[in-house]
Ligand binder design. Sequence first.
Ligand code: ATR
Length: 287
Amino acid sequence: MDWKGNWTLNNETVMYGVFGDPIKHSRSPLMMNRAFRETGLNAAYAAFQVKPQDLGEAIRGVRALGFRGINVTIPHKVEIIPYLDELSDAAKRIGAVNTVVQEEGRLIGRNTDGIGFVRSLKEEAGFFPQGRTVLLIGAGGAARGVAYALASEGPKQMWIANRTVRKAQDLAAELSAFADCRGIGLEDIRECGFPDLVVNTTQVGMHPNEAELPLDAGLLRAGMTVSDIVYNPLKTRLLTEAERRGCRIHSGLGMFIYQGVYAFEYWTGKQAPVQAMREVVERSLEG
Ligand code: ATR
């Protein structure tokens, strides 16, 4: 803020950014700058299109220019790891980073996607995974973060269903240290009965394939919570079908907002202004 209380950039401004390719569609600059303004921090956040072959140079730039933090998105979440000095336990286990904090010249990689998902699930859908049964659809990069965060909550049982069954089994085996977990093929979803929570982590149902469903809607029952990490469209066909059957629904926007909430909190040590962050993102998606 300047001496009149206006928000302005100056020579004290702390810099942040997001690296991705493509990056034009990113809502992160809007959300993070709103958060900085709301909390009165002298900080700025910009989007940088970084091609895969330029990632190393871009990270050198983060060090040289003294950025306090960055987010990374597709296609850099795994490839960034060798350029960092340290990883959080979760980032190590998940094998991917979406948030980097620079502490006294050291770059520390974290993963806030999965914990962001779980916090949003609790705060927005009122669902607490402890002691409950969970069906996770997908076993790719996005699934890994969500699966680790859910497994750490102490569910009674977790099922991971994936088109390529081997990947589901491998992920289930990795998670078995944390939870009772089984990997199955999509065609065997019936085996898991009626779980308390269903989460889609695949891109099935995402624009432009809005008509697609990741599971047979006949398996959904009133009382279940159904979550989709896709947020384009905001209400996927899975969520529409679930709502019609009396399930509680949880959209993917929450995971996006709360991964940003955690990143903001790691960088600044302040509580993130969740409501303001959500409002600005929702408004941008409306039109
Ligand atoms: P992301 O980082 O978004 O998770 P990913 O690592 O490529 O991307 O993983 C995509 C996930 O969506 C995988 O679980 C994939 O299944 P496979 O492991 O069998 O490839 C799943 N997926 C993608 N398209 C799908 C489709 N049409 N039907 C079913 N599952 C699909």
